[in-house]
Design a binder for this molecule. Structure first.
Ligand SMILES: [Zn+2]
Length: 502
């Protein structure tokens, strides 16, 4: 049963604490700008929390700051403007017109002291009778700090600043000893591996994982090794992407650490593999800074682009030329726009609007849950098509090259379960939908033969629990790269690729 007296006490206590905090800024030329910034920030925070069921933490702040102008445009909805107008600008206008009496410093110090002492007394009176409830509330509802507006965004901004400054310049090199194992010299063909990095695809909506809708009509007929129990490192692109390419592992990962050290792409380069990153998303999050990269999200190619964005197929544009001119083995990362929300309907051409009616609004609250799911599933249909194009490209090249594909999503997505939309909840709070992601492998016959890959051995592992922590070592395993950084215990292919034991 809800304890209304406790709630009342909580409300009064918060009111007092906020009043104390604001009284510290009660100087002429300081108070109004501070109060207005807080009001504006709080109105935006309220909009995102109410519309998408998200909480405000440093991950969200990072996403907002690192997002590209196109993504921002998608979030600019009429509802956002009404929040900004009625909860932000209007109160600011009233405040700016109010005449405040700023007393002399001595008088002000006296009144602040009075406020603090009487306020503290009052605070004790209203909280002490509920001390038990306060203790259990603080213990059991840690998430409140991300929910309490405006302290949530103030806290989030300050922890984002803390975690993004002070990082050492330059890079800690890893795997400088990396080299391809001797078995490579016996191979007649070069290898081409395409690593498709998906966006916001969740495992449960792939028919490959027994979703009741056929969202993988093309992939169904392919010889994929599909891993059904795969988990992401985080719920947000800005953390998951650097995490999955690093060897820090989820438990000890931080953006700050990742920025200062190399990742699996660098190790592959050290081993002599040509690495190319192609991006149709919001950038590689510092992962591709030392390898070749191409930004295609803003390309102006009428075959793939229109209305300020490009379809994922652009990631394959002229790729043939790249692998033909490369004089080495090649690892290509294709970073999809995938199922980036909330405007799922913009992610696919008309012919993929199979599930109807489809939500055609950025404001997901304007659509029924089913319409949101329909639009999302249609974006997965397009990903299914895109991946089938990648496979067709690799098959076309399998006479001349040993080819393979790895697909994994950066994180999952909420589609209205428990009122949650999109992604980005703190990992410990995240529902399965935001962290359970699709992961699968495909090999050409030539690749299987050259690397001695035993598909049935891999299939036998496909129900085991794996995560982004396995990616670093599995990519090394895939290419048979020997280095001190390699940990076979984390390589999904370990024991299933015969040549490695040689
Ligand atoms: Zn993402």
């Amino acid at each position: 049963m809800v304890n209304y007296l406790f709630l009342l006490s909580l409300f009064a206590a918060l009111f007092l604490v906020f009043t104390f905090a604001l009284s510290l800024f009660a100087f002429r030329y300081v108070f109004k700008p501070v109060a207005m910034s807080i009001i504006l920030g709080a109105s935006l925070a309220a909009y995102f929390m109410n519309s998408y069921g998200i909480v405000i933490d440093k991950g969200i702040v990072r996403n907002v700051l690192e997002t590209d102008p196109n993504e921002v445009r998608e979030l600019l909805t009429p509802r956002l403007f009404s929040y900004l107008l009625f909860l932000g600008l209007l109160p600011c206008l009233i405040l700016s017109q109010s005449r405040l009496d700023y007393a002399s410093p001595v008088k002000r110090a006296k009144s602040t002291l009075k406020l603090l002492s009487s306020g503290t007394l009052l605070l004790l009176v209203i909280t002490l009778p509920f001390s038990k409830q306060y203790i259990s509330f603080a213990r059991n509802h840690r998430e409140t700090r991300h929910l309490l507006n405006p302290t949530n965004f103030l806290y989030a901004v300050s922890s984002h600043i803390k975690s993004s400054t002070g990082a050492a310049k330059g890079s800690i090199q890893i795997g400088k000893d990396a080299q391809l194992r001797t078995t490579w010299q016996q191979r007649g063909k070069k290898s081409v591996v395409i690593f498709v990095l998906g966006e916001a695809a969740r495992a449960s909506n792939f028919s490959l994982n027994n979703y009741e809708r056929n969202t993988n009509p093309r992939l169904k007929g392919e010889r994929l090794i599909n891993f059904t129990n795969f988990y992401s490192c985080d719920t947000a692109t800005a953390t998951s992407v650097p995490c999955l390419f690093s060897n820090l592992g989820r438990a000890s990962f931080s953006r700050k650490k990742a920025r200062t050290r190399e990742n699996v792409l660098d190790v592959a380069e050290h081993a002599g593999i040509a690495v190319l990153w192609r991006d149709n998303n919001s950038g590689c999050k510092d992962v591709c800074t030392r390898v070749d990269s191409e930004e295609l999200a803003q390309a102006e190619d009428p075959r793939f682009c229109g209305n300020g964005e490009c379809r994922d197929e652009i990631l394959l544009r002229d790729l043939q030329g790249y692998i033909d001119q490369a004089d080495r083995d090649v690892l290509i990362v294709l970073h999809q726009k995938g199922s980036h929300g909330p405007a799922y309907y913009k992610r696919h051409p008309k012919q993929f609007q199979l599930f109807q009616p489809e939500c055609q609004d950025e404001q997901l609250g304007e659509c029924s849950r089913q319409e949101v799911v329909n639009a999302y599933d249609n974006s997965l249909l397009y990903t299914d098509f895109f991946l089938s194009r990648v496979l067709a490209f690799l098959k076309d090249n399998s006479d001349r090259y040993d080819t393979a594909m790895l697909y994994v999503s950066d994180h999952g997505q909420s589609l209205g379960e428990r009122g949650l939309y999109l992604h980005g909840l703190p990992f410990w709070l995240a529902p399965d939908e935001q962290i359970h992601v699709p992961f699968f492998l495909w090999f050409s016959d030539g690749f299987k033969q050259s690397y001695g890959i035993d598909e049935s051995c891999l299939s036998a592992k496909s129900g085991r629990k794996f995560s982004h922590d396995n990616i670093f070592h599995s990519v090394l395993g895939l290419f048979e790269i020997g280095t001190i950084e390699y940990n076979p215990a984390l390589d999904i292919l370990d024991g299933c690729a015969k040549t490695k034991s040689l």
